[in-house]
Design a protein around this ligand. Structure first.
Ligand code: 13P
Length: 264
């Protein structure tokens, strides 16, 4: 089994100076935890170069927040997977709910981005999750299965062999409202069950090895409880990843649940 994974999604925040200050506080502390967990940060695209430079030789990893589904050409404003890979991006978020909802990215477009990321030898972090209305209508499972099915339609079930899934209930993102333990465990379990039900044989079932992380209002005060839940392999952190102390505490919580003592 791979190490638990923590990803900080900075969203559209930061500037050269703030990034530098944040990284200089994070790097020495987070480096001590790498024996137990993998850690990545996803800055806004213009700062990839700055963060790539700062993370060089630290073992900490870089991610991007989105990518074009196209390889090159007349796509003004877009950034291709091969460009992200030149900046040593290891992960690329695809299908974040803010992109699905605010920028109308369809599940088919998300699936094409997923494929583009893998084609450039990076790991897609597929974000899935339901809105409050969908949950209230009892459609949580259906919605998430549709989001997963779009990937299977594009690249086949084997696409999940080199991927991360992030369960991010839309209603828990940036709201301070965290999903209940039973809700998180049940969705993570249903993601694995759905993928498993699509596998023609046990050997071709990626579901047990697939890392599934949780995102949505994770903070230092609730991280330990979330990371200890069954089937939770790490976290995708928004707001709290912009505060050095918070992100360090969250990382320490994950390292502790990975079963080891954290050095000071
Ligand atoms: P918050 O941690 O701010 O709720 O954001 C979660 C998220 O969207 C990470 O991708």
């Amino acid at each position: 089994m791979t190490k638990p994974l923590l990803i900080g999604n900075w969203k559209m925040n930061g500037n050269l100076q703030l990034n530098q200050e944040l990284l200089s506080r994070l790097i020495p502390k987070l480096q001590q935890l790498q024996k137990h967990i993998d850690i990545a940060v996803c800055p806004p695209t213009p700062y990839l170069f700055q963060v790539c430079d700062a993370l060089a030789c630290t073992g900490l990893m870089l991610g991007a927040q989105t990518v074009s589904e196209y390889a090159s050409g007349a796509h003004t404003g877009e950034v291709s997977a091969s460009m992200l890979s030149e900046f040593k991006c290891r992960y690329v978020l695809v299908g974040h709910s803010e992109r699905r909802l605010k920028y109308r990215e369809s599940s088919a477009a998300v699936a094409a981005k997923f494929e583009a990321v893998q084609s450039a030898a990076m790991t897609p972090v597929l974000c899935v999750g339901e809105t409050l209305e969908e949950r209230a209508a009892g459609e949580t499972r259906l919605i998430i299965e549709q989001q997963l099915q779009a990937i299977i339609d594009q690249v086949g079930l084997a696409g999940f062999e080199e991927a991360i899934v992030a369960y991010e209930p839309v209603w828990a993102i940036g709201t301070g409202e965290v999903a209940q333990a039973s809700q998180i465990e049940s969705v993570h379990q249903s993601i694995r069950a759905f993928l498993s039900s699509n596998a023609p044989s046990k050997n071709e079932d990626p579901s047990q090895q697939l890392p599934i992380v949780y995102g949505g209002s994770v903070k230092s005060s609730n991280a330990a409880e979330i990371f200890n839940l069954t089937g939770v392999d790490g976290g995708l952190i928004g707001g709290a990843s912009l505060q050095a102390g918070e992100f360090i505490h969250i990382s320490e919580s994950l390292a502790e649940t990975a079963g080891s003592l954290v050095s000071e």
